[in-house]
Design a protein around this ligand. Structure first.
Ligand SMILES: C[S@@+](CC[C@H](N)C(=O)[O-])C[C@H]1O[C@@H](n2cnc3c(N)ncnc32)[C@H](O)[C@@H]1O
Length: 238
């Protein structure tokens, strides 16, 4: 089975609903998007969330006035987000997991900011390059780009073996998932980052603004780190 199909099947099981924003979303809003970029949402800037999932983060930005758009390959997550943000329901689209450099999901719209939380590491090196070209094309001149990538110190890395094109195959079985309804597929592919230098290299299509950020969390004794590095960048002047 091709890696994109494996990841799509893993994420289409719909076990992870996300009704609330995660801390990284509101901290990045408070510390960077609002206070550094001057975007508190009141001017209704266009924001795209790539890999929006079930929409907790999109709802957070929509509640602050952003003209939020979101795409995800999971049909069930897109149906959840449409219910969660009914006034913007036409702004959310289920897309193919296949990456084309010329993909455009919202013709005629350029985004002031594109966010992609915990999603771009489900792409191989080759597909990530194509996806970033497409996202860069969707940004308006001087637009901002924020992404988070899973770090090799994460316990997911310990459960993985190298595959091809930057990917690791994650044989992922956690005690916390035992008997979890609806979760029958657990194995998937991740493109980990190992350093700030690698993060800057992966996102070299953008001018880097903040590259030292990260977040982490452990909630059970039988878990390990879930460290993610944060990349904040800006569209390069052409
Ligand atoms: C860990 S979840 C993150 C969801 C949300 N951004 C958040 O932070 O809560 C990863 C999301 O990426 C989506 N995804 C994975 N591969 C994708 C692809 N190739 N194209 C579009 N979406 C993808 C999954 O369907 C899933 O909703």
């Amino acid at each position: 089975m091709d890696y994109l199909q494996a990841n799509a099947e893993y994420w289409s099981q719909a076990v992870y609903d996300t009704p609330n924003p995660e801390t990284y979303a509101f901290r990045l809003y408070g510390r960077v998007i609002k206070h550094q970029f001057g975007l508190d949402g009141s001017s209704h800037p266009n924001l795209l969330d790539f890999g929006c999932g079930a929409g907790g983060n999109c709802k957070f930005f929509a509640d602050r006035g952003f003209n939020v758009h979101g795409v995800d390959q999971s049909k069930v997550d897109i149906s959840r987000i449409k219910e969660r943000i009914p006034n913007l329901s036409s702004n959310f689209k289920c897309i193919s997991p296949i990456c084309n450099a010329d993909d455009i999901w919202f013709p005629g719209i350029k985004f002031k900011i594109i966010v992609s939380f915990q999603t771009l590491y489900y792409l191989s090196d080759t597909d990530l390059k194509k996806r970033l070209i497409s996202l860069n094309n969707m940004l308006e001149p001087g637009g901002y780009f924020i992404a988070t990538m899973m770090h090799i110190s994460s316990w997911y890395f310990d459960m993985s073996t190298p595959s091809s094109d930057g990917l690791h195959f994650v044989k992922f079985h956690r005690d916390q998932d035992k008997n979890r309804p609806g979760l029958s597929i657990n194995d998937h592919f991740i493109n980990f980052t190992d350093s700030e230098a690698d993060l800057i290299d992966k996102f070299s299509i953008f001018t880097p603004l903040h590259t030292k950020g990260y977040y982490d969390g452990i909630y059970r004794d039988d878990q390990g780190s879930e460290k993610h590095l944060i990349f904040v960048g800006q569209k390069k002047k052409s």
